[in-house]
Design a binder for this molecule. Sequence first.
Ligand code: AMP
Length: 540
Amino acid sequence: MRGLMMDWPLTLTTILERARRLHRKREIVSRTPLGVHRYSYGDYVERVDRLRTALAGLGVGPGDRVATFAWNSYRHFEVYFAAPCMSAVIHTLNVRLFPDQLVYIANHAQDKVVLVDATLLPLFNKIRPQLTSIQHVIVLPDDGKPVDPANGLDYEELLARSAPASDYPAIDENAAAGMCYTSGTTGNPKGVVYSHRAIVLHTMVQVGADMMGMTAKDTLLAIVPLFHANAWGLPYAAVMSGAKMVWPGAFLQPADLAPLMETERVTLVGGVPTIIGALYQYLRENKSKHDISSLGRIFVGGSACPRSLMEGFRRDFGVWISHAWGMTETTPIGTVAAIKPHLENLPPEEEVGLRLKQGLPAPFVEIRIVDESGKRLPEDGKAFGELQVRGPWIVSGYYRDPRDAESFQDGWFRTGDVANIDPEGYLQLVDRTKDVVKSGGEWISSVDLENAIMMHPQVLEAAVIGVSHPKWQERPLACVVPKPGATLTPGDIIAAIKDRFATWWLPNDVVFIEAIPKTSVGKFDKKVLRDRFKDHQWPE
Ligand code: AMP
């Protein structure tokens, strides 16, 4: 017997319609180079409708990729709903990637249109000549200056002359709504394609009280970039619940964030440990200057939350950080560290330990750990193995990419993270199979750096490892074996590779060693190197 219910598609248009009908008066606030901009959800929806018309006028049709190259702002966020609600696909480009990667990504995704912050044009114009599929560049005039037609179309002018679209195309819930490329994997970045259904289900679960618990009463400060894993889904959750939204733009220094939190009465913040850590230090040092008493929840993910940060926020501001784990491939929420009622009154040391775990799987997400042969491991909080996940918002394949075979096992996605799961079901990450260096929530490929260093004629071998850093969590350390008789300095190594990478990719230090330790199959054994250099002192 089948249920007798409507076959109703789960698409983002439903969330946008809800905002139009119910949240018209809620505010969206953006920090821009010109100061603070504010408007209502009513204004937002109207501009989204105009943008749908404008993009259609430029030839954007179903399935076309609409790329963005922008900071977190109201204009960028207008594209977030406009593209999918006209059955196109928003593709957020990570403005922090280095040019070769951006070119690969934009060409691989075959982006048709790109919307670029005026303040990011100098960066964008460097890659522009190599973009093969872009038909229109639209400039978001965040600097308030008239747009030079040589750079592209003026976003505001386009909106002004486009009538608001009044209806939606029929959209299949499994159609693509958004795209994002993973960064820092060896080889080329991989494309993840989010369906409407995946995002809608993710949003519904995300607002749950044991997840991120967002309501119409909240004011969200999304520090996590719109170009990194859908800003963790937070903006979709805000539009569905009618939360006030605050966008920090490019102003991510604590001295900019703190006053915004105070004046807008922010209740909920999401960001990577580096930024939240810097914010914490600043707030502590300037306690009397800023009233952040409205703050109720802070979500931290992207890399492990340091104990000192978790304890410090609680001690100094009375707020527990909620730790969450996810990936670009998981839309991104996989787990959130909610505390079960019978674990609420643990001794303080144990409680912090529990909160520092990555948490419980979201409803509909299943997790397991397996050994190298793929056998499921016991969930005793001790045994650890590769973390695998499955669920309705977990990737089922990469976009036009031959690397699927190694990424899935029996219908489970192989995360590349190494973890344990305790008998209560809490996930704890212990390591990662990949050797990427995590710097401030962004990834740096150690292999790319090694390959470049090993091209130096006086270098025999090189391995790059992530070593902990007080500000950036990790920074790359290059371990180099010079050829016999070579006369090399650390500066020579950096000089040889510096034009090939973004500055923040460059190793903070270079050490010269006798040999790179190898595994039994001849691969570099970075574990040994990591142990050896775990207390490495970074140069000032
Ligand atoms: P990305 O796709 O860039 O979001 O990176 C996903 C990866 O970040 C995961 O596979 C983990 O290795 C790491 N990660 C995400 N959240 C956490 C967390 N809470 N603790 C430790 N590592 C994390």
